[in-house]
Design a binder for this molecule. Sequence first.
Ligand code: C5P
Length: 258
Amino acid sequence: MKKSLIFSALNTRATDNEKRTGVNGLEKILYEGKSKTICQGIDEKSLIIHYKDDATAFNGGKKEKLPGKGALNAAISHLIYKYLAENGIKTHLLKVIDDTSALVKKAEIVMIEVIVRNVAAGGFSEKYGVPEGSALKNTVVEFCLKSDKLGDPMINESQITALGLAAEAELSAMVQQSLKINQLLCRLFTQAKIRLIDFKLEFGRCDNQLILCDEISPDSCRLWDADTGKKLDKDRFRRDMDGVLDGYRDVLRRLKNV
Ligand code: C5P
């Protein structure tokens, strides 16, 4: 689809037919994920993503329903995806259907998660014994194998190419795109007075090119208030802190005001 068509699609509401096939339980479920359900789209080239209220952490070890989380993540992710598309990033988003659903391009998902880190935190701090919040001399890009069964283990570039998960050129395109996305996201979140600590991206292959897939939300990013350092992301859930969704609401409110 041409870029201009994606832009106009993003700015229009779903048709009645898309609503009927997409969100009223009539659609065929293709994959039930931890926080999203993937359904058949309006044709063989599209899918419908439905954001759920389920929160999970530690590979499903901690689970809870947080009413309203699906709508918050959908709103945040759609706003970010629209911003990235306007800035030249090719994404899977075709059209927002309603508060918790979107029509997206069907893509062959690259079975690698790309993690970008601007500041030490989480797994990086634990693994390398660096206090959370420590500055890094350069942006870190890491890869994990997408496998719930194996607990998404870290994987390096030669392992990725050795296993045929992505070719060298494709991997370097993923890194370049991830770094460009990082620059754009840092700009956006800085305007919202939020520090983008780290985040996870997924890519897919569609019409012989890489496109950004999955969500970008407080579930997949670490976001700290720029003044106070308050956590506004899923770490509140992982670490049994209160006000999980207050943080998500705050992120949405601030992004809307940028
Ligand atoms: O746990 P770790 O520090 O490696 O996570 C880095 C970033 O990637 C965090 O923002 C986390 O939310 C995100 N992530 C994710 N999904 C995963 C693993 C990490 O969204 N499966």
